[in-house]
Design a protein around this ligand. Sequence first.
Ligand code: 13P
Ligand code: SF4
Length: 319
Amino acid sequence: LEEKATLKDKIRKLLKEKQAVLVAHYYVDADLQDLAEETGGCVSDSLEMARFGRDHPAKTLVVAGVKFMGETAKILSPEKTILMPDLDATCSLDLGCPADEFAAFCDAHPDRTVVVYANTSAAVKARADWMVTSSIGLDIVEHLHKQGKKILWAPDKHLGSYIQKKTGADMLLWQGSCLVHDEFKGVELELLKKEHPNAKILVHPESPEAVVAQADVVGSTSQLIAAAQSLDAKEFIVATDNGILHKMKAAAPGKVFYDAPTAGNSATCKSCAHCPWMAMNGLRNLAEVLETGRNEIHVDPETGRKAYVCIDRMLDFAA
Ligand code: 13P
Ligand code: SF4
């Protein structure tokens, strides 16, 4: 505990000294989320992280999250120094969509508008017409569908088919998935709902169809937190990374939250739904990168310039 307090003090001092700002995702360690908020940084979903990083005047951003979030920050602000606590913190969606295979997929379907999820590499984004996050993917695809566009979507198959069903758009889907959300199970969720019939079900759209189908609210991490706060219910079942519970509980004090069941685990499992890459962000490595300037994110400038177009389009649409 004492070590924790010392590390936090050190981080506060270093952020000031280096004129750096901390941008954190809701799935990282609670201490990091609190530090980000307390020191004038932000804790949010991936769309807000991108916008905050782009608009903040600090010369150095420390991104506590996973690689694609650091890369997006760099692409939007190539002149800024972007540091991450651990450069190996990646994402199964990013890993499951290698740039060369993705390019071949695009080449085979030149008539389609290419829409990629934020959880991809800079090189994949460089091939895309649009980037979307979970908070705005539905609106953007709807907009494209109304223009009569046929879509090539990558990489998350669950988010893709959810959007496809909602919009009726013609979408060709890459078959990637998130290793955390893919574990949520529909039948077990039904059973848990029977135990808590008044609970509302909050679901991140990277979850399988059988889980999404039972949702009262489907949305990005920020949207799910907002729903927990605004919905007139006392109990919630939450199907997303349990890192979200820290802010969800703070936003909705007095309400009760249950983890949605995952494969092979009972409904009371406390640590199964947690992203192993988000978990690589800690106080110790955060202090270390601030002190040493190590773990800087670099994006090839030409790739970055190409990827910028699809990210900027999304931010413009969202504005
Ligand atoms: P959000 O944009 O909803 O925060 O999602 C990011 C993510 O990686 C979810 O697994
Ligand atoms: Fe990727 Fe899933 Fe981790 Fe989000 S929770 S960063 S989608 S592996």
